[in-house]
Design a protein around this ligand. Structure first.
Ligand code: 5RP
Length: 262
């Protein structure tokens, strides 16, 4: 069955499979959003069903909550969990300091709240997500619908004094309507091309009225697990300063590889 997976899906799967090894019995685990995180949820579901793993999962979106329930994970809210042992999520870009751009799936607000409320955050990604400098991927920011065009104008004006290459922004759409986040907000995608000082930009953006949160995750991620299409994984731990290499076999089970849908 794995022959039907594209190399990029294999890469996402092996990263997710390796990350699942960090999940221990009794843990409260933040569950990310997106296609890579969906593999993780599938892997954890299989461990719950086949190995009797007992965990509580805190999803970062309604999509992930649905999938987690479908695969048999006990889902609770962040307020019920209060604090998490571990969050595992995907990313749109990561750099050498493990700073991230997230929010390609529109879930950056819950993702940042959940990751920040965790002892440890592990990012799982295919190798194409690594960049020297963040910013080629448009930076999502979540904005309140009220006065969003004024907020957009203010953001673009503020970008003039920031260390970025591009300054245009677009309202994210869902067909012919503005995309709505799980919190009922809109997303502006900032086409910055290159972000020279992500830490400063993150702080400045979050000071603007109308901006709820931005997709820059600075000093939040502890470990990145990079997957490759041939089964190799590379594990980088920013706190320990270590890089480990591993190789995973594709163990195919019907449940894991059928109709992922994300
Ligand atoms: C969702 C996210 C995702 O983690 C990010 O977009 C990566 O998604 P994928 O694993 O599908 O490439 O931040 O808001």
């Amino acid at each position: 069955m794995s022959g039907e997976l594209s190399p990029i899906d294999k890469a996402k799967f092996v990263a997710a499979r390796r990350a699942a090894d960090f999940v221990e019995d009794g843990m409260r685990v933040g569950l990310g959003t997106g296609s890579t995180a969906a593999w993780l949820v599938r892997c954890l579901g299989e461990m719950v069903r086949e190995e009797g793993l007992r965990i509580k999962g805190v999803p970062t979106s309604t999509r992930t909550a649905e999938l987690a329930r479908d695969v048999g994970i006990d889902v609770i809210s962040l307020d019920e969990a209060k604090w998490l042992d571990l969050t595992i999520d995907g990313a749109d870009e990561f750099d050498g300091d493990l700073n991230l751009i997230k929010g390609g799936g529109g879930a950056l607000l819950q993702e940042k709240i959940v990751a920040t409320a965790s002892d440890q955050m592990i990012v799982i990604a295919d190798a194409g997500k690594e960049v020297e400098t963040l910013g080629a991927f448009p930076l999502p920011i979540e904005v309140i619908p009220f006065g969003w065009q004024t907020t957009q104008a203010l953001v673009e004006e503020t970008l003039i004094s920031m260390d970025v290459l591009g300054r245009s922004s677009t309202l994210r759409m869902n067909n012919d309507r503005p995309f709505m986040t799980d919190e009922g907000n809109h997303i502006l995608d900032l086409h910055l091309k290159r972000i020279g000082n992500p830490r400063q930009l993150a702080l400045v953006l979050n000071q603007m009225p109308g901006v709820v949160e931005n997709g820059l995750f600075i000093d939040i991620c502890d470990i990145v697990i990079v997957g490759f299409g041939d089964g190799r994984v590379e594990l980088r731990d920013i706190n320990k300063g270590t890089v480990e290499h591993d190789r995973l076999d594709f163990v195919e089970t019907d449940n894991l590889f059928t109709d992922l849908g994300d």
